[in-house]
Design a protein around this ligand. Structure first.
Ligand code: NAD
Ligand code: MLT
Length: 528
């Protein structure tokens, strides 16, 4: 039975959706890392939030794991690279908690400006300290937004509504998009120098770790207030602590930390100019319900072989389009498999050309399907949509996808071409006559009508009389029935290729006998 482990707290609705998929769902929201390493081998899917760390040691033991579903955005707790190598789909729920996190950022911004948490604490201690808590307005102040993605954009919109001037740094967002939003594109340096408030909304990776460090803090106004509702470590915590302790800057509001939970004795907890929340950005009932339901539905779909959505390491295709695409995916996979058994030299370039009506659909998944088929017979690993690209890359195979106008009279044509190191090329053309009538119609420069399934004997022969008779007699002698036969040649009397679908397995001795028949140049078996 398909088994799903949920190793973090998720809402009941999410658990119910997983169970409705007909899977055995095991809910262990407190499981230790050591137990996860031991137990993961028993599961087909793992559903997590941010508490669970899915590191290489977990993945190496995950013998049957197919999907990791992250209820939330950040994937810094998942070793996506190793998962990809192992063919495990990693999916998250981008967008499900955007508004909650943007609203939390705004709450942090106003809390900082008006010292609301500090004033609340003082009130509860029996004080009435009106003079102590004189804040600053947000109106006409400058907010620097670093990372103008989903959350950064929502924060920028809200800050503009407060009458703030918004500067934004995001090298992956065009100036036009920023301007349309009403924000001013800026460099990190400009943001540091000009802002009254700075908020970060980038993913944590090697480029963003310590994006705000001592040199950047040195550039800031002494009145600046920093907010981090993204990930601990984007603002260097040591540099920030020093700046807060020395009052080099006015304050900070932090929702995320390099070590979570933040240690009980961490010096941040003792500072009066810091507002702290325990990673609450996405902690609203709406967001939690939303991401849990979303991830559960995605995992059910993926495990049921329906559609892969929001995967960071596999193509996501709209279900309606996938339905249309399915026969092309299957044809491409079969062509790839044929090619893997047809070529004789190590392949360096794997090209897929598309022409005609197949171009009405996204072709990237079709290319991946052809690659999966190609790698299946030659790779030790289980090859799938997730790891086909990385496996090809590891083998030094370049993948190229191209549009073409060559149709050779067909309404749609997929051409899989391989090139060996010495420049030798082989190519196959495949077409769909109808949704369930797929054919390989070109092998190198010859035209065919090959049904790409089962056992195929591919014979290179001289184009002379008697070939069909001698081959048929030999196969008959061995009890092998011919289901279909097709041949192609470029010119009468020259070399030809004969492709024979047979109903039985073809032992090597039969192939050897075939190869020794007069006028036969070679005979090989291709199994699809
Ligand atoms: P997103 O992918 O929509 O946006 C991230 C943006 O950062 C993108 O526009 C990208 O172009 C930009 N970016 C990437 N590298 C950059 C770099 N080196 N310099 C500048 N910009 C760069 O992500 P999102 O959904 O907006 O999430 C943003 C952050 O918030 C992530 O770190 C996520 O993990 C975190 N998050 C935290 C909580 C929480 O509970 N506190 C909740 C949700 C998301
Ligand atoms: C996220 O990345 O989605 C947030 O940090 C919330 C969470 O960890 O669940």
């Amino acid at each position: 039975m398909t088994r799903v482990l949920v190793s973090d707290k998720i809402s009941n609705e999410g658990l119910e959706i997983l169970k409705s998929g007909g899977f055995e769902v095991v809910y262990k929201p407190e499981i230790s890392h050591e137990d996860l390493v031991k137990e993961i081998a028993e599961y087909d899917a793992l559903v997590i939030r941010s508490r669970t760390t899915v590191s290489a040691d977990v993945l190496q033991n995950a013998k049957r794991l197919k999907v990791i579903g992250r209820a939330g955005v950040g994937l810094d707790n998942v070793d996506v690279k190793t998962a990809t190598k192992l063919g495990i789909i990693v999916m998250n729920t981008p967008g499900g908690n955007t508004i909650s996190t943007a609203e939390h950022t705004m709450a942090m911004l106003t809390s900082l400006a008006r010292m609301i948490p500090q004033a609340d604490r003082s009130m509860k201690e029996g004080q009435w300290e009106k003079k102590r808590f004189v804040g600053v307005e947000l109106f006409r102040k400058t907010l620097g937004v670093i990372g103008l993605g989903r959350i950064g954009t929502e924060v920028a919109k809200r800050a503009l509504a407060y009458g703030m001037r918004v500067l934004a740094y995001d090298p992956f967002i065009s100036t036009e998009v920023a301007k349309k939003l009403g924000v001013q594109p800026a460099t990190v340096e400009e943001i540091c120098k000009e802002s009254d408030f700075i908020t970060v909304h980038v993913p944590l990776n090697d480029q963003t770790r310590n994006l705000i460090d001592k040199p950047q803090i040195e550039m800031m106004k002494p009145t600046v207030r920093l907010i981090n509702c993204a990930r601990g470590g984007i603002i260097n915590e040591d540099a920030l602590l020093e700046a807060l302790q020395s009052k080099r800057i006015a304050g900070a509001a932090l929702d995320v930390f390099t070590q979570e939970p933040l240690p009980a004795d961490h010096p941040f907890r003792k500072l009066d100019n810091v507002v702290l929340t325990p990673h609450l950005g996405a902690s609203t009932s709406e967001a939690q319900e939303g991401v849990a339901k979303e991830v559960a539905e995605q995992v059910v779909d993926a495990l049921s072989g329906r559609v892969i959505r929001n995967a960071v390491n596999a193509p996501s295709v709209d279900p309606a389009i996938l339905e249309q695409l399915r026969p092309y995916l299957e044809l491409a996979r079969r062509m790839g498999k044929f090619m893997a058994q047809f070529v004789t030299k190590p392949v360096r370039v794997f090209r897929v050309y598309y022409s005609g009506s197949v171009l009405d659909y996204p072709t990237a998944p079709v290319t991946t399907a052809a690659l999966v088929g190609f790698l299946e017979p030659i790779s030790e690993a289980t090859v799938n949509f997730v790891n086909a690209g990385p496996i090809a890359h590891e083998r030094g195979i370049e993948i190229v996808e191209l549009k073409s106008t060559e149709l050779h009279g067909y309404a749609n044509l997929i051409t899989v071409e391989t090139e060996a190191e010495d420049g030798t090329k082989n190519w196959l053309g495949g077409t769909l006559f109808t949704r369930d009538r797929a054919r390989i119609v070109i092998i190198n420069d010859k035209m065919f009508d090959v049904v790409p399934e089962g056992n195929l004997i591919v014979i290179e022969n001289k184009d002379v009389p008697g070939i069909v008779g001698s081959v048929g007699t030999l196969l008959g002698k061995h009890g092998i029935n011919i289901a279909q036969m097709t041949w192609g040649r470029t010119e009468a009397g020259k070399d030809a290729i004969t492709v024979i679908n047979v109903d039985q397995d073809v032992p090597p001795n039969v192939l050897a006998e075939l190869a020794h028949l007069p006028n036969i140049l070679s005979a090989k078996l291709i199994v699809i």
